[in-house]
Design a protein around this ligand. Sequence first.
Ligand code: UT7
Length: 361
Amino acid sequence: MPDTTDQPVSFPTQPRPDRAAVLCGLAGWLPPRIVTNEELSQRLDTTDAWIRTRTGIGRRHIADPGQATSDLAVAAGRRALAAASREHVDAVIVTTTTPDRSCPATAPLVASRLGLTGAAAFDVSAVCTGFIYGLASAASLITARVADSVLLIGADTYSTIVDPQDRTTAIIFGDGAGAVVLRAGDAGEPGAVGHFDLGSDGTGEELITVAAGGSRQRSTPGPVDPGDEHFAMRGKEVYRHAVTRMAASARATLTLADCKVDDIDRLVPHQANLRILRTVADDLGLPAERLVVNVDTVGNTGAASIPLALADADTKHTLQPGERVLLTAFGGGLTWGSCLLTWPALPRTRHPHDSGGTRAA
Ligand code: UT7
């Protein structure tokens, strides 16, 4: 259990020996419109060279006007269900920072649009750590025998909250969705979602925030600064936290699983910034070639980041069945988390960049 000292601590969760959540379907979906660094440099005081050098990002996908997070989530969820050869799941979890509305949650609508009316459906909010928190929630539903199968979707349309004139954020974020299907199985099977480390530190609330739109703003008399409607990030401080928190959380998960860094075949971090990813790998003593990277083509896609990186790597055969894969993320809150699993042999699906249609190959 979390302790009561002033020091932020992580909350480790262990898989149960008798029953585990097993990954059986994976897919991603990206909106077709691509925004290059060159396009951004025509309207912002920035350059392709600066963006590539400081972030490793070359382009990102942006939703069309009128396209909401649920639209991306449905497209990714449909592909993941098809990949898992399933028409039904017991629960749908959507993790996002950009829900369609502040009320109700986005997941019930997504579930209904997928033909899953009646399934349990709720949102998980942990900013860029959302997928790891969602995975822990989905796995817990299965190990607690509340559900036998769960569809987990990480989806974000950061373009709807980022200030298009803010060169420190508009260059980083992209839109997208990634989804996984989990089923009940054995802890020893490939794909069994293993040990987790989760943590938070709310004293860092101001480092990544959208100040307006919530009860704090609505309960405060006086006009709202229009800038408060936009996503704001104190980049340099966030950078430092991202490196230290992801490395520490990854280490904590390895300790829980009684594994060494050498046992890890692939590290799949939240795709925040290429420099951050390389520093985390370096800090852990993990060779750079074991790092899974797709930030160059999609930017930072928030809760969609890890499942999109997994889908990209799986369709390119970078991830091989039997490999030990460590996921790690950091995001607003502050929040962080990691998870260890052995990669399963998954049915093939379309690459996330192939946004036409939603049929699994
Ligand atoms: O997903 C949640 C986690 N998010 C993250 O992990 C993001 C973490 N932060 C970052 O990735 C980086 O801090 C940024 C990419 C946001 C910024 O990179 P940086 O290397 O930390 O740059 P900086 O903030 O130290 O700025 C260096 C200079 C500044 O100019 P001066 O003061 O040295 O004259 C900035 O004004 O670069 C300037 N700058 C830019 N120049 C050209 C900031 N943004 C840009 C830009 N183009 N887009």
